[in-house]
Design a protein around this ligand. Structure first.
Ligand SMILES: Cc1cc2nc3c(=O)[nH]c(=O)nc-3n(C[C@H](O)[C@H](O)[C@H](O)COP(=O)(O)O)c2cc1C
Length: 238
């Protein structure tokens, strides 16, 4: 493969946020997972594991995530009564990592930019809570994808296990791209662990860090959105 072809592959991958229902053939999924095993890892520990849901399991998982999402809407709005009630009754999201925290001040503008850009692209006004909820809920529907991966990292080797899972995931997304399979990482799924627990025997020490939708992009305009990719931040030499 020529370097330009590799650059083109990398640049062709982008987050797809609406999928056609068409299944990804099992042998294509197998080939993508097989490529991902060639990612490097800290001392070759491969400190992560993945769960793959398709078919009926995916349908159940999606229902559980949508239910969890809908239950959490008052919490997302920071409704103090709902927060206090949830804290008392154990109704807070049960994710292994906190996904809702405020971003560091220097990173927050980047996150706001992509979020605002996406909602503007979709024509969703800031005060249109119903439309915002529907778009956020679509994340928990895996954007309609026919396959979803859940990625777990070993809690005894953090932060390196999270780092290595990232290397594996980008390898996997590019392996998918090379086969015409689109993807979108779904960090939002890490907000809740219980839906994953209901469907998979998760080994001890493994924590849910992100999901990943896999499938074929639809014609929905959401897929025309482009996030910016400015040059890497290079630190000045002394
Ligand atoms: C670990 C991880 C989790 C992500 N979680 C979500 C998510 O929950 N929902 C979503 O719409 N995009 C999610 N994204 C996609 C990012 O927003 C996207 O990668 C970024 O805006 C750059 O756009 P691009 O992927 O199209 O290049 C996630 C990306 C990563 C790497």
């Amino acid at each position: 493969m020529l370097p330009d072809d590799f650059s083109a592959l990398i640049q062709a991958r982008r987050s797809v946020r609406d999928f056609r229902p068409d299944e990804v053939p099992a042998e294509v999924l197998d080939a993508i997972l097989d490529d991902a095993r060639h990612a490097p890892s800290w001392s070759n520990t491969r400190p992560y594991c993945v769960a793959l849901a398709t078919g009926d399991r995916l349908v159940r998982l999606r229902e559980a995530y949508v239910h969890a999402f809908d239950e959490s809407i008052p919490l997302q709005r920071r409704d103090p009564v709902a927060m206090a009630k949830a804290a008392l009754t154990g109704g807070l999201p049960d994710g292994d990592f906190k996904t809702w925290g405020r971003y560091p001040d220097d990173l927050r503008p980047r996150s706001v930019k992509v979020g605002v850009g996406l909602y503007q692209h979709l024509g969703i006004a800031r005060d249109d809570l119903a439309a915002r909820d529907a778009q956020a809920r679509h994340n928990c529907e895996f954007f309609g994808a026919p396959a979803v991966l859940l990625v777990f990292v070993h809690d005894g080797l953090l932060p390196f296990s999270a780092h290595d899972a990232g290397l594996m995931l980008q390898t996997l997304m590019l392996a998918a791209q090379a086969r015409g399979v689109d993807s979108c990482a779904l960090g939002v799924l890490a907000t809740w662990r219980s839906p994953a627990e209901s469907e998979f025997v998760i080994p001890p020490h493994y924590k849910l860090i992100t999901g990943l939708a896999l499938g074929y992009r639809s014609e929905d305009p959401v897929n025309d959105f482009r996030a910016e990719h400015p040059p890497l931040q290079l630190i000045d030499p002394r």
